[in-house]
Write a protein that binds this ligand. Structure first.
Ligand code: GLC
Length: 732
């Protein structure tokens, strides 16, 4: 205690000396360099004030302006950050005013929130966005999300979630960009750019947060929060790349994950938090824990009590503690006992203060109060969400070119998702509201204004009531074509939403059989947050449009795809198993020691139902033979692969050419193929486009060893296309 008093006296004295009697203290002088302002402020802070910066509480859901005073009073004026659970800036500004005026130094609060795929204008879920293969559009929608969030008082989003996942039983597969490290890296960077813009202090830009660091998607058996067995090799070549890409794009924070990484939980893992993320990658920012994750080190069996949990997490490199108050309770005594030095505390506080200065919070702590009509659900934001939705859908089957629907005058529109709004928004719908979403029925009414559309909800998502089947069958018999909208509820995926089966409930599959039995062609539209087991559905459906969870414009996107207004262009960012008995199944697997039928399932196929990268179009894209600019490439040189793609149809369409690299002999065995480049382009009907992949050995042929060191070995390589066309070349 004595030390604290002495420290406080020294800090006050330092402040007095440093403070020019005739002006504000240096940290309040916007003309000074940020690092100077941070150093000046740090020098004035007491240990207690520093420790409060390392804590995050919550505030919000306060929809009664009259009791704002109570909510604000409950918040310590020196708290570092708050999760802001409200969507106007009034409460936020009142809380910020409390921090600026009721504390000794007036350090602004950093307000964070889960803006995962939209704040109020909800875009498609990230797994769908990755299928769009359109990073520019993802950046645009992330920028729109940031603008809405910023105008509501949010400075920082806990996004993008860039966990690699191979198990669709895991509910959070919906939130990430799928199974491929390269694809996830492209979209990680795209989202960071969208949230942060070019100037973090500019209006409408917010700080991003790469999560969940690291390996959360490897949760055993798809169960959330559990152990993950991750070798150092897999850590580097599978799980770290998407985080590295985000750091290189300028992400200002990361969030430690709940999972236990092969015995050392992510929240207290010095190797990943400090050696990799801070020392090697030089994160320009700080690391926050996930919710209660410091305290959970006790339940995970790493810490005997909260004090030990605080020590282990802090010493490992975790800067900010989310809501469990363990840092608040324990850090001061850990400094007192000498387990942690004040200099170490300063390093974490410095990272947080720097972001607050870079965001401009010291100079502009308050959010302008702007009417909702001028800042949320703007037409341009909805238009961008529709564009992204239209490119995120994946056409899985289209027997006899049933789609797009042309000339069918009578359409039976059937199923639990026909009139649904909420489930189109996905599991992390932020401040989104069901009322904002366009239903499939509304979209179809608008898009097929001249058709007779017969509706029948027919069944619920998952109960045994088949009483509506007869009505649906009647509608089908009275129609030329059936559109059956089936799928998941939004909360069946997301956090703590692991499922033991990826099949849809029996009632939904039985309805499909009943519709099929009418002899009418059936188009199945599936809304879901994960890959589902479609093996039985595939047999009964004439066409399958996988619509994921498309957000507020879901109904318009789906109707537009069925009418041909949108030509589906999505490519799967995650493998669809033939059956869940194959899980985990992913495209970039290591080669087996056996070939032929050995090592395969003896009772079912070992191939997925739909592989990574699969997706049909209404156009007919014909690939020419790939050519190579040379047979050999030297280090420092380049070799270019080219292919002509012809749109041999009467329908303009967008095609993504997907390029893969294989290294058949390598001291660290490589996957059978690894995506290294993709390019999406519009190809007008009847025209041909040439696509190129300029291979840079250091970027495209090197791999990393189990400590992340790049390794480039000479020898044979193969470059291949999704259609299997491959060419051999040699690195000299
Ligand atoms: C949750 C999630 C994390 C989220 C955080 C704050 O538990 O795991 O993704 O950002 O808490 O809501």
């Amino acid at each position: 205690m004595k030390k604290t008093i002495i420290a406080a006296i020294i800090a006050a004295a330092t402040a007095a000396v440093a403070c020019d009697r005739n002006s504000d203290p240096a940290y309040k002088d916007a003309s000074r360099p940020v690092d100077e302002r941070v150093a000046d402020l740090l020098g004035r802070m007491t240990l207690e004030e520093k420790i409060m910066q390392l804590n995050q509480y919550t505030v919000g859901d306060n929809d009664n302006a009259n009791n704002i005073g109570e909510a604000v009073a409950a918040i310590p004026a020196t708290i570092g950050s708050l999760i802001y659970m409200s969507d106007d800036a009034v409460l936020r500004n009142a809380t910020q005013k409390h921090a600026m005026e009721d504390s000794r130094l007036g350090i602004p609060i950093l307000f964070g929130y889960d803006v995962i795929h939209g704040y109020r204008t909800i875009a498609p879920i990230p797994l769908a966005q990755a299928c769009s293969r359109n990073p520019e559009l993802v950046t645009k929608c992330a920028s729109n999300s940031a603008a809405e969030a910023w105008s509501s008082g949010i400075d920082w989003t806990f996004s993008p979630m860039v966990d690699i996942a191979h198990d669709p039983r895991w509910g959070r597969v919906a939130e990430g960009y799928g199974e491929d490290p390269y694809t996830a890296s492209v979209f990680s960077a795209a989202a960071v750019r969208g949230y942060q813009g070019d100037d973090l202090s500019a209006p409408g830009n917010i700080a991003s947060c790469l999560k969940h660091y690291i390996g959360y998607g490897a949760s055993e058996a798809g169960r959330d929060y559990v152990y993950t067995e991750i070798s150092r090799q897999s850590l580097w070549d599978t799980y770290l790349p998407s985080f590295k890409a985000g750091v290189e794009a300028g992400a200002r924070s990361a969030m430690s994950a709940f999972n236990n990484i092969s015995g050392t939980p992510a929240t207290a893992n010095h190797y990943t938090l400090t050696e990799v993320m801070k020392n090697r990658w030089k994160l320009n920012g700080f690391i926050v824990s996930d919710w209660d994750a410091v305290k959970q080190l006790v339940t995970q069996g790493m810490a005997a009590d909260e004090r030990e949990a605080a020590l282990l997490a802090f010493k490992a490199g975790l800067d900010m503690d989310m809501v469990d108050n363990v840092y608040c309770k324990c850090l001061a005594s850990l400094v007192e006992s000498g387990d942690i030095s004040e200099r170490e505390i300063d390093e974490s506080v410095r990272r947080i203060l720097k972001l607050k200065f870079d965001l401009g919070l010291f100079d502009h702590p308050y959010t302008d109060i702007i009417p909702d009509s001028e800042r949320i659900l703007q037409p341009s934001a909805r238009a961008d969400a529709l564009a992204l939705a239209s490119e995120s859908m994946v056409l899985l089957k289209n027997e006899d070119a049933l789609l797009p629907l042309k000339g069918q005058r009578r359409i039976a529109l059937v199923g639990p998702l026909v009139d649904d709004r909420l489930n189109l928004l996905g599991s992390w719908l932020g401040r989104g509201k069901a009322e904002d979403a366009v239903t499939v029925r509304e979209g179809m009414n608008a898009e097929f204004a001249n058709a007779d559309i017969l509706y029948s909800r027919a069944c619920d998502f998952e109960n045994d009531d088949r009483g509506g089947f007869a009505d649906a069958v009647r509608a089908a018999r009275a129609s030329d074509v059936v559109v059956y909208c089936m799928g998941e509820r939004n909360f069946w995926s997301g956090e703590n939403a692991s499922r033991s089966t990826i099949s849809l409930p029996a009632v939904q599959e039985e309805l499909l059989k009943a519709l099929k039995a009418t002899g009418r062609p059936v188009v199945v539209v599936i809304t879901a947050g994960r890959p589902l087991d479609l093996t039985r559905i595939e047999k009964d459906a004439d066409a399958i449009l996988y619509a994921w969870q498309l957000g507020v414009e879901g109904g318009n996107a789906i109707a537009g795809a069925l009418s041909g207004k949108f030509n589906p262009s999505g490519k799967l960012a995650i493998t669809f198993p033939y059956t869940q008995g194959q899980i985990p199944i992913y495209y970039n697997r290591r080669p087996s020691s056996r070939t032929g039928s050995q090592g395969l399932y003896q009772d079912i196929t070992s191939e997925p139902l739909y592989p990574y990268g699969y997706g049909l179009s209404y156009s007919d894209f014909v690939y020419g033979d790939m050519t190579l600019s040379a047979e050999n490439v030297s280090r420092g040189g380049k070799i270019t692969a080219s292919v002509d793609v012809t749109n041999d149809s009467a329908v303009d369409g967008m095609e993504t050419v997907q390029w893969f690299i294989s290294d058949p002999a390598c001291t660290v065995t490589r996957p059978v193929k690894e995506m290294r480049h993709f390019e999406k382009r519009l190809i007008k009907a009847g025209t041909t486009e040439t696509f190129k992949f300029e291979i840079d050995p250091d970027k495209d042929l090197a791999f990393v060893d189990d400590d992340g060191q790049p390794v480039l070995e000479s020898g044979e390589f193969r470059v291949s296309l999704y259609n299997g066309d491959a060419k051999v070349f040699f690195l000299k």
